[in-house]
Design a protein around this ligand. Structure first.
Ligand code: SF4
Length: 447
């Protein structure tokens, strides 16, 4: 059956104008072919809705795992800027949002800091942390604001039979919406569920991008049109995560990153250090390797993080090795030239803190950084500078009561030190102790 673009748009218009136009739509956009088609269809449909009836807010949300394929990230970020500008120009009630994992959920803090083994299909700890949690938080925030939300996904039944079954399971009879399997007050609407892969490509080649992107660039990014997308992930059963052109560059759930290899073959040689590091990580967990039994104990500790006997996290020396390799890759790809940062300064600091919490004192992130870049790790001095400025402001606003300044300063220091340790264990008690000290009349405060 040939794809009927008008019918799809008509259905979207009908759904958009459904009685309760105040329930926001949340459109999961990954930059991949399916979510691009979905957003384009909604866009063209909105153009046909009279201005005064465009009252339902639409939030376009895109998740950045912080370990995205750099080439894809670049493409997606440009698209997001254009979508925002285009929507403003059209007067659409569309906002564009990017979510990222919380610092404690970062890929590198878990892998290099805590020593979690590179993910595989048996222990895919990353999807929840990098994709589900940030997106879920965004959806819940919108539900809290509006009471309900409708999530629009570009998922398609023909993508995989598991996906098709799961989509059918949550269907509501007589409705185009289905219940979200775990988020109360959230429904899911999948306007392109019946569209097959060829039709998606046909549509994208025929319908120009209304926000000015070149859909032909998507073909280049995919390399071939048969690979899957990494859609907005709201559950771990999503089969395409890790098999996709739009997955993380560190993904070891697949044995080869065909996407990066394709890009390298087509002139993006600068990505080679990334493939090398990914392949090394894959090697540490590759069960099919003939020497896997020997290898696993070489890389991994014999005790789990909870103290139980069993294959545990990476040995500290391998965590150090991976950090060193990552920074070497960062140096090789030259952030100033490519604009791509493989790890943030905040993550580096958090890795050091995590090592200390794991009683790893023999390795220093600052020393490893200096070894690779031949310069000091400047992050701490940046933080110190910021803190100094904050303190001056605080001091001014507390005058003439020096005691107030001293107390607030101590409380902030305590809060900061606990935050960087990524939880607030003991914070309550420490705050109480400080307040007790403050209430002692004999105590003298000095600047
Ligand atoms: S793409 Fe791979 S590394 Fe990224 S969240 Fe999915 S399974 Fe994990």
């Amino acid at each position: 059956m040939a794809l009927n673009r008008k019918e799809l748009e008509d259905e979207i218009i009908e759904q958009y104008l459904e009685t309760d136009g105040c329930i926001p739509w949340i459109i999961g956009y990954s930059g991949g072919k399916d979510s691009t088609m979905l957003l384009q269809l909604v866009w063209y449909a909105l153009m046909r809705v009279p201005k005064k009836k465009r009252i339902r807010p639409i939030h376009v949300v895109c998740n950045n795992t912080l370990v995205e394929n750099p080439k894809v990230l670049n493409y997606v970020e440009t698209a997001l800027v254009n979508i925002e500008k285009g929507a403003k120009k059209q007067g659409f009630p569309i906002t564009v949002n990017q979510t990222t994992p919380a610092i404690e959920d970062s890929f590198w803090i878990n892998l290099i800091g805590k020593g979690y083994p590179a993910p595989n299909s048996m222990f895919r700890w990353c999807t929840e942390r990098l994709k589900i949690r940030p997106t879920t938080k965004f959806i819940l925030d919108k539900i809290n604001e509006a009471g309900e939300a409708i999530i629009l996904l570009g998922t398609r039944e023909s993508e995989s039979s598991a996906r098709g079954k799961s989509m059918k399971k949550h269907e509501i009879k007589g409705s185009r919406l289905r219940k979200h399997h775990s988020l109360p007050n959230a429904s899911v609407y999948t306007p392109i569920k019946k569209v097959d892969t060829n039709e998606v490509w046909q549509y994208l080649m025929a319908a120009p991008s209304p926000w000015g992107a070149k859909n032909h660039d998507l073909v280049t990014l995919y390399g071939n049109a048969s690979s899957g997308d990494c859609p907005l992930i709201t559950d771990v059963s999503t089969p395409s995560c890790g098999q996709s052109r739009f997955g993380c560059w560190v993904c070891t759930v697949v044995s080869k990153d065909k996407s990066m290899e394709f890009l390298i073959e087509n002139g993006e040689e600068w990505m080679e250090p990334l493939v090398d590091l990914r392949d090394f990580l894959h090697d540490t967990i590759n069960r099919d390797h003939p020497k896997y039994e020997e290898k696993k104990l070489e890389y991994r500790m014999g005790t789990r993080r909870n103290g139980a006997k069993g294959l545990g996290p990476y040995h500290p020396k391998w965590r150090r090795y991976i950090l060193h390799s990552l920074l070497k890759a960062q140096k090789a790809i030259d952030e100033e030239k490519t604009g791509y940062k493989l790890i943030t300064n905040q993550e580096l600091v958090a890795i050091q803190v995590t090592w200390h919490r794991d009683d790893i004192f023999e390795y220093s992130v600052a020393e490893i950084y200096k070894e690779v870049f031949d310069k000091e790790f400047a992050f701490q001095s940046e933080v110190d500078q910021t803190l100094l400025k904050e303190k001056e402001l605080l001091k001014e606003s507390c005058l003439p009561d020096k005691g107030d300044y001293q107390l607030i300063n101590q409380l902030l220091t305590l809060q900061k030190s606990k935050t960087i340790l990524m939880n607030k264990w003991g914070l309550h008690k420490d705050l109480e102790n400080k307040l007790d000290e403050y209430l002692e009349p004999s105590r003298e405060y000095v600047y």
